[in-house]
Design a protein around this ligand. Structure first.
Ligand SMILES: Cc1cc2nc3c(=O)[nH]c(=O)nc-3n(C[C@H](O)[C@H](O)[C@H](O)COP(=O)(O)O)c2cc1C
Length: 143
């Protein structure tokens, strides 16, 4: 079956104090990993400077159904689709959802607000998000 890759970014809408932020991200990761395993989806999620960036890889129908749910999720907004295309291989084949980002409360708190300087959306492309995730998720034999 053909594998597809979808890449998007979105603006954080999570609120609460720093520890709540981290636990809400953990909750997103827990349900993502559970659902993605069932749907044969792999990928990586980053949280930085008030933005999420995510790569989803898997069968087209499973990706479409998952992205429908993700787009309706009020924990983020302004979802911007950057790429959705067939691919010959998975980059994150060992991860139902790898995570890259600030996870200690103090840093997560600082990083929760969108900042035009750090994660400049005008300069963001699917390719850059993929690159950033690949740099920081160890994928020794995925290249
Ligand atoms: C930034 C972000 C990334 C998400 N990534 C996924 C994902 O990869 N897979 C998934 O099933 N749900 C993901 N979700 C959660 C979905 O929006 C939705 O809440 C969830 O799939 C509902 O399933 P559940 O009822 O089993 O928790 C994500 C949500 C956010 C805010």
């Amino acid at each position: 079956m053909m594998t597809y890759r979808l890449i998007y970014y979105s603006a954080n809408r999570l609120s609460g104090d720093a520890e709540m932020l981290v636990s809400q991200i953990d909750a997103i990761l827990a349900s993502s990993r559970r659902n993605n395993r069932v749907g044969n989806i792999t990928g990586a999620l980053m949280f930085s400077q008030g933005y999420f960036g995510q790569v989803l890889e898997g069968p087209q129908s499973a990706i479409e159904a998952t992205f429908e749910r993700i787009q309706r999720d009020r924990r983020h907004g302004d979802v911007e689709l950057l790429d959705f295309s067939p691919t010959s291989s998975r980059h994150f084949d060992r991860w139902s959802m790898a995570f890259v980002g600030e996870r200690t409360p103090a840093v997560a708190d600082f990083a929760r607000f969108a900042s035009k300087t750090g994660f400049d959306d005008s300069a963001l492309s699917g390719h850059r998000i993929l690159e950033k995730l690949l740099e920081r998720v160890a994928v020794p034999d995925a290249f």
